[in-house]
Ligand binder design. Structure first.
Ligand code: NAX
Length: 325
């Protein structure tokens, strides 16, 4: 039997984790022969609820679930971890400004970045899901100076899978027939889901769909999908977000398929003129655990304007929390 691998999930009593934890324990990330230790971080008032989740995990008798650690201390949660799902964040309450949310959650990711820096495995792979995800990831990176910035990414995989599914539905094909969709920028309504390089069964996607559909239906549907789900369900997307978190980490573990890429928000290296260091969603390939931004794609004026809008928004977010960097 292999030695167990440590995986931490923050916000472990929340609704995304209620799907994520069970899928991790079933072996969906690392496979059916890899035992895992689940390290679960919550704030103190949520520990009683988390104990209920732990009871349910135990009741599943997962053969791969070697041990569960429950704590409200980041340094205990992150000790020796190989994979970190940073899901926990404060929700936006009614009447709360986006800037208030930014400040409150920023503090969480400063603390967690420092703790990861001190105690995590040096090759840890960190996925920030908690919102505002891009800027939270930036804060974690800056507070973890001994970890390489490419240990960190923010999640735009859900936006990516939403885009893939929508295009597949429009073209009447399987999602596996869709390649090279990109979601650029911020995980916010400003994000730019882009089909200029996308292919459907090898054909250019934009030769198969009307431009009006692309501009006036596809783009806003992906941008506002989260809000639509809240309207319908009364709660934000959870199972699909957990699915995307697993898909993101599986891509880190197994790499991207030949000829395809996925979208991940990573520290910009200046590609496509995006200010260096901003955590920005790019098309990426992954090989041997390394994330590589796809270079050299043609970007027309329509796309460039949308990339710039995202860069500006992320620069404004960065200014608002600069004291934590
Ligand atoms: P919930 O409110 O159900 O759960 C969040 C959990 O985090 C709570 O149990 C809370 O106690 C915990 N928490 C708060 N502060 C913490 C801290 N300092 N340390 C550890 N745990 C802490 O939210 P849920 O629906 O699970 O969503 C979690 C986050 O994901 C939110 O910020 C949400 O906005 C974000 N999302 C991001 C998505 C993405 O694509 N990047 C999509 C889904 C989701 O909206």
């Amino acid at each position: 039997m292999k030695a167990p691998v440590d995986i931490v999930v923050t916000g472990a009593a929340g609704q995304i984790s209620y799907s994520l934890l069970f899928r991790l324990a079933a072996g969906e990330l690392l496979g059916a022969d890899q035992p895992i230790v689940l390290r679960l971080l919550e704030i103190t008032p949520a520990l009683p609820a988390l104990r209920g989740v732990v009871m349910e995990l135990n009741d599943c008798a997962y053969p791969l679930l070697h041990k569960i650690v429950v704590t409200d201390q980041p340094r205990i949660a992150f000790a020796g971890v190989d994979y970190a799902f940073l899901v926990g964040a404060k929700p936006r309450n009614q009447g709360m400004l986006r800037s208030d949310l930014l400040q409150q959650n920023a503090e969480i990711f400063a603390v967690q970045g420092k703790a990861l820096n001190e105690v995590a495995n040096r090759n840890v792979k960190v996925l920030v899901t908690g919102n505002p995800a891009n800027t939270n990831a930036l804060i974690a990176i800056k507070n973890a100076p001994d970890l390489a910035p490419d240990c960190f990414a923010a999640m735009t995989m859900l936006d990516h899978t939403r885009a893939v599914s929508l295009l597949a539905g429009k073209c009447g094909v399987s999602t596996t027939d869709i390649k090279n969709v990109t979601v650029w920028g911020n995980h916010s309504c400003t994000q730019y889901p882009d089909l200029h390089h996308a292919r459907v069964k090898g054909a250019e996607a934009l030769s198969l769909v009307e431009n009006d559909w692309f501009v006036n239906e596809f783009i806003p549907t992906v941008q506002y999908r989260g809000a639509e789900i809240i309207k319908a369900r009364g709660q934000s997307s959870a199972a699909s977000a957990a699915n995307a978190a697993i898909a993101h980490m599986r891509t880190i573990v197994h790499g991207t398929a030949d000829g395809d890429w996925v979208s991940m928000a990573v520290a910009s290296d200046g590609s496509y003129g995006i200010a260096e260091g901003l955590v920005f969603s790019f098309p990426v390939t992954v090989a041997a655990g390394r994330i590589n931004i796809v270079k050299g794609l043609d970007i027309n004026d329509f796309s460039l304007q949308r990339l710039r809008n995202n860069e500006t928004e992320l620069q404004e977010e960065r200014e608002a929390i600069r004291y934590l960097l």
